[in-house]
Design a protein around this ligand. Structure first.
Ligand SMILES: [Zn+2]
Length: 313
């Protein structure tokens, strides 16, 4: 395997951002391989960042497995949890202060409102009996169901301004911490968010139609993927984000966060998703397609990365 230049010759900075909630599968492998190729071909720097914010699903076992499997593939990076680097720590669960600072900035600038809706409230308002579970209908069979498709918020708490006097249980001193609420970003309804993807071309999503007021900080004390990802990519001076096409709509949300925080967004490069022989997107539950299982079956990195791999779900 060619190795990445230890001394970058360009300002390109890319990143690998696995979430350790399961073993990586063939789809991750191909996306991360693309990220590595683009950083290498640009003579740039590749950063490994462990996105372990989900306290219920993240496991140290999976974090180490992700690092080990990516190395087995031949992917190399210069900065990361073990390597260190100028923007350490490279583990999201250790970067809370950075996310809190971003939350405070958004709050002070008036972009956020506290939301007290429960999952049940939202499900009722949306007329959906089981939020988050959408059994495949005949029409949707073969279509990709975006991972990041949180339901459009019905607007119940939108009128709350983030002033202490309007938030139950807050003192007049003002809101200093996000504890106790879901905090949502108030999107500019009707505005088209457009960007040109380096792989998939022009993209367009309408705020309030394609996505609604999204969570930036969860009631259980955890920053959302959207907020943490933007805060880290900005802090780590990432110039291009390479990730799966399931996150295209998240990119539209994140562009709004960049604008609200007055930060320069990176370039975007979304990879087509790998689907199984029934046209379904691979998920971490497809254990037979995990890199672990494929390694144990004796497959080579070349086979795993080749388009010819027969995918048995
Ligand atoms: Zn609400």
């Amino acid at each position: 395997m060619a190795s990445i230049d230890p001394t970058p010759t360009s300002d390109y900075r890319g990143r690998l951002a696995p979430s350790p909630t399961g073993y990586l599968h063939v789809g991750h492998a191909r996306t991360f391989w693309t990220a590595w190729e683009r950083a290498r071909d640009a003579g740039g720097t590749l950063v490994m960042r462990m996105e372990d914010l989900d306290p219920d699903r993240s496991r140290a076992l999976y974090a180490e497995a992700a690092i080990d499997d990516l190395r087995w593939l031949g992917i190399r990076w210069q900065e990361g949890p073990h390597e260190g680097g100028p923007y350490a720590p490279y583990v999201q669960s250790e970067r809370r202060a950075i996310y809190l600072a971003a939350w405070r900035t958004l709050l002070r600038r008036g972009y956020l409102f506290p939301c007290r809706c429960s999952r049940k409230d939202l499900a009722t308002a949306l007329g959906a009996p089981h939020e988050g579970s959408s059994p495949a209908s005949p029409q949707s069979a073969g279509k990709l169901e975006p991972l990041d498709d949180e339901p459009i918020y019905p607007g119940t708490c939108r009128h709350f301004q983030a002033r202490a006097t309007q938030i139950p249980g807050q003192t007049a001193g003002g809101v200093e911490t996000p504890e106790g609420f879901n905090w949502r970003f108030r999107v500019p309804d009707g505005e088209a968010i457009e960007f040109v993807d380096g792989n998939l071309g022009p993209q367009r999503f309408v705020a309030g139609v394609d996505f609604g007021d999204f969570v930036v900080w969860r009631r259980d004390g955890v920053p959302s993927y959207q907020l943490a990802c933007v805060a880290d990519d900005a802090a780590m001076h990432i110039t291009e984000v390479v990730r799966g096409a399931d996150l295209l709509k998240s990119t539209a949300r994140q562009i709004l966060l960049y604008r609200a925080l007055a930060w320069t967004p990176p370039a975007w490069y979304h990879c087509r998703l790998v689907v199984d022989d029934k046209g379904r997107r691979l998920a971490k539950r497809n254990d037979a397609l995990s890199l672990r299982a494929l390694r144990q079956r004796g497959l080579t990195p070349e086979t795993v990365l080749s388009a010819e791999l027969h995918v048995e779900a």
